[in-house]
Write a protein that binds this ligand. Structure first.
Ligand code: NAD
Length: 251
């Protein structure tokens, strides 16, 4: 079940963190994986370790997204799976947030998703098959956190984008869904500091932060041929984090 044998899968932001976890699971399922990242050194190293291919891309650049997809189709003949995973989550209090901070977060997280999905759709529509999986978040659509109003807007925005996009490709064999991680131990999360990590883990009913591969397994299911009748949906992977009504529920 959930074999991706002979399929070509791209994961953006896969040099590290959740993207790498997704790439590892897709590779394990038999896919030819392309590690797509802005970070050349780390991306190459990850690709070498996995036996995958590296492609440098800045997802905020239309040209870069289109060139990467064209290059992959030229090389492998098809593109079956696109995991739009790149994201940034800098903290900025609303009182002092600058236009630049707002714009950059929306540019990478939301516009980057639009550009990479649009590029992937061309070959997928032509071949009448495709699986697009967006890494969104519980933050924004389900929960909030001080300092992440711009990030929350970008992550909720990805889900709004996804629902209309799913309708537009529903008759072309292309599905588009989102995984919504809770708190997953990555470099990006570690940058929030030890106190954040400790408090977050304490707020998770399973009493631990998630691992990148936890998101990878969910993404692999949505990327599989078997998930053909699921589109425009969200899958929360958070160790039960959003469930407690209050801290009393965790006592
Ligand atoms: P991370 O910072 O550990 O990794 C992000 C990767 O994206 C890096 O390899 C980086 O080089 C790459 N990247 C950054 N800007 C790019 C660009 N413009 N073009 C191409 N690549 C770029 O982050 P992570 O924690 O692994 O998060 C990955 C995704 O998961 C993000 O979309 C994030 O919003 C989402 N997410 C993470 C968590 C979490 O707890 N870690 C929770 C919910 C959602």
């Amino acid at each position: 079940m959930f074999s991706l044998k002979d399929q070509v899968a791209v994961v953006t932001g896969a040099a590290s963190g959740i993207g790498r976890g997704i790439a590892e699971v897709l590779h394990g399922a038999g896919a030819q994986v392309v590690i797509a990242d802005i970070d050349v050194e780390r991306g190459r190293a990850t690709a070498d370790e996995l036996g995958a291919v590296f492609s440098q891309v800045d997802v905020t650049s239309r040209n870069a997204c289109e060139e990467m997809v064209t290059g992959i189709v030229d090389r492998f003949g098809r593109l079956d799976v696109m995991c739009s995973n790149t994201g940034i989550f800098p903290q900025a209090a609303l009182d002092t947030m600058t236009d630049e901070q707002w714009d950059r977060t929306l540019e990478v997280n939301l516009k980057g998703t639009f550009l990479i999905v649009q590029a992937a759709l061309r070959p997928m529509r032509k071949q009448k098959y495709g699986r697009i999986v967006i890494t969104s978040s519980i933050t924004g659509s389900v929960t909030g956190f001080p300092g992440w109003s711009h990030y929350g807007a970008s992550k909720a925005g990805q889900q709004g984008f996804m629902r209309s996009a799913a309708l537009e490709c529903a008759r072309d064999g292309v599905t588009i869904n989102a995984v919504l991680p809770g708190n997953v131990l990555t470099d990006g999360l570690k940058a929030q500091g030890d106190t954040y990590l400790r408090n977050m883990a304490a707020g998770v009913p399973m009493n631990a932060l998630g691992q990148p591969r936890d998101i990878g397994h969910a993404a692999c299911f949505l990327a599989s041929p078997e998930a053909r009748y699921i589109t425009g949906q969200t899958l929360i992977v958070d160790g039960g984090q959003i469930l407690p009504e209050s801290v009393e529920a965790l006592a």
